[in-house]
Design a protein around this ligand. Sequence first.
Ligand SMILES: [Zn+2]
Length: 142
Amino acid sequence: MMLIYKGYTYTHMTHNTRWYCSKKAGGCRARLKTTSEGQLVQVLESEHNHPPPNLYRAASGKIIKVMQVKNIGPMTNAERQKKYRQKLKENNPEKYNEKRIAHLEKVKENKRKISELTDNEKEQRRRKWRQYSAKYYEKQKK
Ligand SMILES: [Zn+2]
């Protein structure tokens, strides 16, 4: 019989309510007490002298790999966007394609030569540029 608690594996000796860390032989003193049904009663010693194992042998004799949950730091905006796009590509390829095409068209739009723009578009661009430079000069003054 084996017990897993917080990623650590425990085995019991004679008493089936006293669990010892599987690495007891390596000097680890971590111990738990449970009811005979396996409900945790008390953590007698929570300190381990080793990281949690990622492989253990189940009662059936099969070796099972235990995945440890890693703490992931906060994502940057670019990472979040990339993750979002990947998820969208998997879950909704149609929408993903739509977005991709929209993005490509936007890039194309920005690459268009001034001479290809209509007067209206030219004026819009000028206005944007003026706003942008006004902001820039304001920043310079400070
Ligand atoms: Zn241990």
